[in-house]
Design a protein around this ligand. Sequence first.
Ligand code: TXA
Ligand code: MG
Length: 301
Amino acid sequence: MAFPTETVYGLGADATNESAVAHIYRVKGRPADHPLIVHIGQLSQLDQWAIDIPDYAIALARDFWPGPMTLILKRSEKAKDFITGGQDSVGIRIPANPIALALLREFAGGIAAPSANRFGAISPTTAQAVKEEIGEFLDVHRDVILDGGPSLVGVESTIIECLEDSPRILRPGAITAEMIEKTTGLKIESSKSQTRASGLLDAHYAPKAKVFLLDPINPVVACIAGVGFIAAANHPTPDGAIRLAAPISDDEYASGLYEALREGDRKNLPAIYVIPPAGDGVAIAIRDRLQRAAFEGGSLR
Ligand code: TXA
Ligand code: MG
């Protein structure tokens, strides 16, 4: 079942059912050694999936669940190799979307779910985007897409590894380093270096169009008519470019980013020029995803 969460749509299956989980990997076209996040509906279920949970992880769970945060914890017996990719750890999250929570509480077990996109593509933030990504690979007699409207956060959850004396950010998201430090009273390393260090994360989150990142101070778009353009509302649209988004805040930038990139692909644009947001907070996660999207376009990296 594909279902909405506040970050992005997930493609879910019973986390104890090996053949259902294998179907997720087939639909996504994802390598089998990539671990999945187990979604749960209540904090009381955490002990079923994880052991030796550090106090700081409990503090994070209490402050930020339900919410856009995944904790990487030492796995229990219940978290099998087909969930963890054979690792000794498991990713757990309680999402904040009311439909996701209702589904999880009704089911009462863990739901393993990656983002509901094909491997390497950008995550879907609407039910329509799920259909476009994986519709043709779903089994019409068995698989379902739940439509919960657009995802509010729009970028994937912050992934925090909680295996040592202090937390490490593996993927930046809406729960920021400052928020984690405030809750845990522990110092953590900057998200950027951690993300680069992780070999586990998806290699890219790329649309078909080539993504070029522009310098916010000098955003020159060499006059190519018909390219897409994404930037905060205060940046004017360059002559001949097709505006795909004009967010008025970083939150709005995050929630609309993937749909804007997808719209560029729907319009078959050859390239999308993007001025990334400059600030902290969720802007760090936006820049992280944009740099991954731009990698395939061969622009800034
Ligand atoms: O916001 C989200 O996290 C969304 C929604 C659906 O919950 N899910 C999501 O899942 O983004 P996915 O599979 O697309 O990305 C999860 C990332 C993967 O890069 C995976 O490698 C990493 O989490 N991950 C999962 N379990 C892990 C583990 N035990 N250790 C390290 N990384 C892990
Ligand atoms: Mg993903």
